[in-house]
Design a protein around this ligand. Structure first.
Ligand SMILES: Cc1ncc(COP(=O)(O)OP(=O)(O)O)c(N)n1
Ligand SMILES: Cc1ncsc1CCOP(=O)(O)O
Ligand SMILES: [Mg+2]
Length: 214
């Protein structure tokens, strides 16, 4: 998913799972419908405060659904588990390990993304270390990550001008505010609550994002 040249197409929708999945069978049915829309470019399994066994079981269950729809599945935080389940990559925060170690675990045909908050310096470091994409944010207040570092959308245009590495915008993104991030240079917008908590459900939500990003 991390091809910056995809940017001249509409900005992609990068979907994060909820932090907890209570009913995996039901979630898979919903995810199948969401991915069948063709709107989602990438899915990140972002489970928090669960045992490794739950991450592994969930990743193994989601991979066939993602691949049926040709959507890469990245794991949040855990390059080791991404390698174990043969996921398509990993997203690393600044405390989640370094790119070089993740690359050793995953190999060269997997995607590695790195959280860079509002820092071009961190983004250049990540790029030099071999990240496939960098993530900036939070651009708007997020109910999912309430204490995230705020970021200004000018960082997206600056990054777009000076590098060829894809950038992802994250944090409080909705159908109403995603366009300004795409116009500023985001290649992908990463979204959680605006999809899973949409009043008309997640399938309707991704359709509204599709229209907003077209
Ligand atoms: C695409 C994307 N961007 C940023 C993050 C945040 O990662 P991190 O800072 O490690 O925070 P957690 O998600 O682990 O709480 C992300 N997950 N995905
Ligand atoms: C993981 C993460 N990192 C910065 S904001 C955020 C949460 C994104 O979720 P939402 O789209 O619900 O704000
Ligand atoms: Mg993390």
């Amino acid at each position: 998913m991390a091809d910056k040249n995809a940017q001249k197409e509409p900005c992609g929708l990068y979907l994060l799972t909820p932090e907890k999945i209570d009913d995996l069978v039901r979630f898979i049915d919903t995810l199948d419908l969401v991915l069948a829309t063709g709107v989602v470019t990438c899915l990140q399994l972002r489970l928090k405060s669960v045992d490794d066994s739950v991450i592994i079981e969930t990743a193994k269950a989601l991979l066939p659904i993602c691949h049926k729809h040709e959507v890469p599945l990245l794991l949040n935080d855990r390059a080791d588990i991404a390698a174990e389940v043969d996921a398509d990559g990993v997203h690393l925060g600044q405390e989640d390990g370094d790119v070089a170690s993740a690359r050793t675990l995953l190999g060269h045909n997997k995607d590695i993304g790195v959280t860079c908050h509002s820092s071009l310096h961190l983004a250049f470091e990540a790029g030099e270390a071999g990240a496939n994409y960098v993530a900036f944010g939070s651009f708007f207040p997020s109910v999912t990550k309430k204490n995230a570092t705020p970021a200004d959308k000018e960082i997206l245009s600056t990054w777009d001008e000076v590098t060829d590495i894809a950038c992802v915008a994250i944090g409080g993104i909705t159908p109403d505010n995603c366009r300004e991030l795409a116009d500023s240079g985001a290649h992908f917008v990463a979204v959680s609550s605006a999809v899973w908590n949409h009043k008309d459900g997640p399938v309707a939500a991704v359709r509204v994002f599709e229209a907003a990003l077209a």
